[in-house]
Design a protein around this ligand. Structure first.
Ligand code: 9MR
Length: 380
């Protein structure tokens, strides 16, 4: 069978888009980034060097057409930038940033510190911080932030400084090798505060973001409460943090349409509280898990689009929100295909993103476009 990828390989011009793409998006029509720009919103996506994305000219052309901002799905994580101590590897991230800069696409940074220990580089967990562990941990954190922020400089205008600090199970702050070294008694707040202060020192131009996956459903109530408590504490401490990143991996947990409405009310309350504290908002990793929807593709795609509309109409209504990024553009490259915590029981491939594997636009793209067109314009 000829796949889109092999057919593409035969094309001489890398910039050529498959016919299906041109027809389905109405390539002459308005792109998502153009629609967003009219509202003072930046629209974009994560992109990865893995899973046939950044290396695929057709995928890159799609990102270029639709997106005004990108984020590296994995390539700027500490684990990726310094897999072994003092053995940095900036090349994959640099290649993306060079491409984005060339195309006039902005890029944000994800992330300086991922709090779950398993996502820190393995060598950090084994690090001997010496007789004065707090100073040793601070030294290491400073070196990391300095190296990374100075390397990318002003080309990265927004950083996820701390990722996923709150444990959804109890709303408490997660511990890791750095938090334990910095504070034996009072949890991780010192380390989080320090992370933001260092980011402010070495990237004073940048928007500094706390990024997490809290949701509106009942199962996420401790998570929301924990994030609110942490944001309140950081405000009290005068920590230089500007915004909350709403990852927005939706669709996995909300049980019914009715419950969905109640969850949206909780979500509204949460966003009101966060903006009430003076924090800006971003949607950083949007996708829709379709595990609760039927196998039939038309029904599934309609259900995904409807869930997106409900969530986006509410979330984009907050004037403090001015960036909206998806966690990928096409179904086949989504992390959800291999995530085993909330799988489809029928094992069918998920359809969580606005384009299918052949880069044909799906109803989700239309839903995103309509939500953007319906949202109130941001102040300049
Ligand atoms: O999508 C990412 C996947 O390719 C990586 O294997 C994984 C671990 O680095 O991270 C995934 O992205 C996560 C993001 O960095 C933070 N929020 C949740 C995302 C999905 O797990």
């Amino acid at each position: 069978m000829t796949t889109r990828r092999t057919a593409l390989g035969a094309l001489a011009g890398a910039a050529l888009l498959p016919k299906a793409f041109a027809a389905d998006t109405g390539a002459a029509g308005e792109s998502l980034k153009e629609a967003a720009k009219k509202k003072g919103l930046r629209f974009g996506t994560a992109i990865s060097a893995g899973r046939n994305q950044f290396g695929d000219p057709a995928y890159r052309a799609l990102v270029e057409r639709e997106c005004g901002i990108i984020v590296a799905e994995n390539e700027m994580k500490w684990q990726a930038l310094e897999p072994r101590r003092n053995a940095p590897n900036f090349a994959p991230a640099d290649a993306m940033l060079a491409w984005a800069t060339d195309k006039g696409i902005a890029m944000r940074g994800h992330n300086l510190f991922w709090q779950a220990e398993k996502w820190l580089p393995a060598w950090v967990a084994k690090e001997d911080f010496g007789a004065r562990p707090a100073q040793g941990a601070e030294r290491l954190m400073r070196k990391h932030v300095k190296t990374v922020c100075e390397h990318f400089g002003k080309r990265i205008g927004s950083w996820d400084v701390v990722n996923e600090a709150v444990d959804p199970a109890d709303g408490k702050l997660r511990q890791n090798a750095l938090t334990r070294a910095l504070s034996s008694s009072s949890g991780a707040i010192e380390q989080i505060d320090l992370a933001f202060r260092l980011a402010h020192e070495y990237a004073p131009h940048a928007q500094l973001v706390y990024n997490d996956y809290m949701r509106g459903d009942t199962g996420s109530s401790k998570h929301r409460a924990g994030v609110l408590a942490m944001l309140a504490e950081l405000k009290k401490r005068g920590t230089p943090i500007h915004a909350l990143g709403l990852q927005s991996h939706i669709g996995s947990w909300d049980e019914s349409a009715d419950r969905g409405k109640a969850d949206l009310l909780e979500w509204r309350k949460f966003l009101d509280q966060v903006s009430g504290m003076g924090y800006d908002l971003l949607i950083t990793e949007f996708d829709v898990n379709d595990r609760r929807l039927p196998a039939d593709i038309a029904k599934r795609d309609a259900g995904v689009a409807a869930a997106a509309r409900d969530y986006l109409d509410l979330t984009l209504s907050y004037p403090r929100l001015s960036d909206f990024l998806l966690w990928g553009m096409a179904d086949n490259i989504s992390w959800l295909q291999t995530w085993d915590e909330a799988p489809r029981t029928d094992k069918l491939p998920m359809r969580p993103l606005p384009y299918d594997a052949e880069l044909r636009a799906k109803p989700l793209r239309q839903a995103i476009l309509e939500s953007i067109r319906a949202m109130p314009a941001r102040q300049a």
